[in-house]
Design a protein around this ligand. Structure first.
Ligand code: CO8
Length: 257
């Protein structure tokens, strides 16, 4: 991996993926986006990994797609490159994915952050979809996911003006889970990851799938999907272990089976 640092067991059960193009503020060129997809694919297959944290550095999570790389491209080049489609593959990652973001979280960087299941932000994080300033519009889910996350009026203003919002504002409108001082955002993400890693990995996947359905289906269908996953959880050893541990008044040891 040229632009990524991947540590599969950064903490027990928790993998860390760090975007590593600091001079370019982690601008997402085609290769970097492909590397994130490939890293997640490998971590999905690694049974020892229960939760993944995706992060950048203090100055930038990612300042968007690489403008220098895109500047001369035609519509057909963009269609064939299909970076936004690769982002969709990233979104389909099945294990819990926590974004730990700081500094610039812009354009494709904001869209990448929104593919995460939860976001921990440093106080210095700034979120924005500034594509309109370049004469384009968001292409990796910005008009859709941001609108669902923060509501139409706020999303419309961000997308039409390209202006950034602060971490506090992002927290107020429900885009991020928690805002912490800049020295602590990664540690806070690890704390959240450890709490999730202690749960049944099977149940975590089933739950993630079901929550995501809430954005994609009518309520009746979503409820049906949830029920199927609920019943499916009873096929796992983890369900037997979790309930036995409750009855025996001890901590469960989930195996992900
Ligand atoms: N692409 C390429 N290079 C970038 C990018 C970018 N998006 N952002 C920053 N850089 C580079 C700068 O060119 C500069 O390099 P150099 O030193 O060689 O000139 C270096 O990073 C540092 O940047 P600045 O000197 O500009 O730093 P400042 O602190 O002055 O400004 C900003 C920081 C405000 C973040 C500024 O760099 C900026 O406005 N960047 C562009 C933000 C932007 O418009 N992002 C949206 C891009 S379009 C997009 O994301 C479409 C997504 C489509 C889907 C993609 C799915 C993955």
């Amino acid at each position: 991996m040229e632009f990524l640092l991947v540590t599969p067991q950064s903490r027990p059960g928790v993998a860390l993926i760090q975007l590593n193009r600091p001079k370019e503020l982690n601008a997402l060129n085609g290769q970097l986006v492909g590397e994130i997809r490939d890293a997640l694919q490998a971590l999905d297959a690694d049974e020892a990994v229960r939760v993944v944290i995706l992060t950048g550095n203090e100055r930038a999570f990612a300042a968007g797609a690489d403008i220098k790389e895109m500047a001369g491209k035609t519509a057909v080049d963009m269609f064939l490159d299909d970076r936004a489609g690769t982002l969709e593959q990233i979104r389909r990652f099945r294990k819990p994915l926590i974004g730990a973001v700081s500094g610039f979280v812009l354009g494709g960087g904001c869209e990448l952050a929104m593919t995460c299941d939860m976001l921990i932000a440093s106080e210095t994080a700034q979120f924005g979809q500034p594509e309109i300033r370049l004469g384009i519009i968001p292409g990796g889910g910005g008009t859709q996911r941001l609108t669902r996350a923060v509501g139409k009026a706020r999303a419309m203003e961000m997308v039409l003006t390209g202006e950034f919002i602060s971490a506090r504002e992002a927290h107020r409108v429900g885009l991020v889970t928690r805002v912490v001082p800049v020295g602590q955002y990664l540690e806070e993400a690890y704390r959240l990851a450890a709490r999730i890693a202690a749960m049944s990995p099977v149940a975590a996947r089933l739950a993630k799938e079901a929550v995501n359905r809430a954005f994609e289906t009518p309520l009746e269908e979503g409820l049906q999907f949830e029920r199927k996953n609920f019943y499916l959880a009873f096929a796992s050893e983890d369900q037997k272990e979790g309930m036995a541990a409750f009855v025996e008044k001890r901590k469960p040891a989930f195996k992900g089976r």
